[in-house]
Design a protein around this ligand. Structure first.
Ligand code: PRP
Ligand code: URA
Length: 209
């Protein structure tokens, strides 16, 4: 069974407070999304494996630890997941980036896939699927199913705000996936928005409303 980490850190709490505030503008919103994603990446990479390497410091020969050369990929769910990529690349700069485009049908709340472009060797990589919002869980579950169909075995999911309904569904449909959540909110409203949430993440990142 995968782990679920609900972040409990003052920096993340502070930054999530800023993005929840409806008076926060696009520039600051985008910066905060990127910074929160970076902090979540720090936590969700805690179990990456290391290997010992012999090196020489200016003073002596010694043994150091390095990441064991595991190949990584970041897969944002378009659009809003794109906002998390720059912060993650600060910590894992050599990760390849794939894209899965999905939007929720406003009537049914079912995700509709409109784009998918992944690194050719995606099945050999540890994959971080990222989207700021986990609401019904439909988009995350479908994106992860798509990656599993392509042969991916080690998948983590990172989001900034989750509804209990979406977290439950993701755990049920993909129990093997490690999940990192910035904040677990109260509920989904009747039109599928997270409460208290932050509104429409894509519109707030890209200034489209
Ligand atoms: C939002 C969000 C997630 C999805 C979450 O995307 O970024 O992808 O909704 O909802 P779910 O858990 O119920 O599937 P949206 O459909 O608004 O598309 P956008 O990012 O292009 O704005
Ligand atoms: N997508 C969003 O952007 N916000 C929500 O609250 C739910 C889904």
């Amino acid at each position: 069974m995968g782990n679920v980490i609900i972040m409990d850190h003052p920096l993340i709490k502070h930054k999530i407070g800023i993005i929840r505030d409806s008076s926060t503008g696009t520039k600051e919103f985008r910066e905060m999304i990127s910074e929160i994603a970076m902090l979540e990446t720090y936590e969700s990479t805690r179990n990456l494996s290391l290997e010992e390497v012999e090196i020489e410091t200016p003073m002596a020969a010694t043994t150091v630890e390095r990441l064991a050369g595991k190949k990584l990929a970041i897969v944002p769910i378009l659009r809003a997941g794109l906002g998390m990529v720059s912060g993650m690349q600060m910590l894992i700069p050599s990760a390849k980036v794939g894209h899965i485009g999905m939007y929720r049908d406003h009537e049914t709340l079912e995700p509709v896939e409109y784009y998918c472009k992944l690194p050719a060797d995606i099945e050999d990589r540890d994959v971080f699927v990222v989207d700021p919002m986990l609401a019904t869980g439909g988009s995350a579950c479908d994106a992860i199913a798509q990656l599993k169909k392509r042969g991916c075995k080690n998948i983590r999911f990172l989001c900034i705000i989750a509804a209990p309904e979406g977290l439950k569904r993701l755990r049920e449909e993909h129990p093997d996936v490690d999940i990192t959540v910035g904040a677990l909110d109260d509920h989904l409203n009747e039109i599928g928005y997270i409460v208290p949430g932050l509104g429409d993440a894509g519109d707030r990142i890209f200034g489209t409303k």
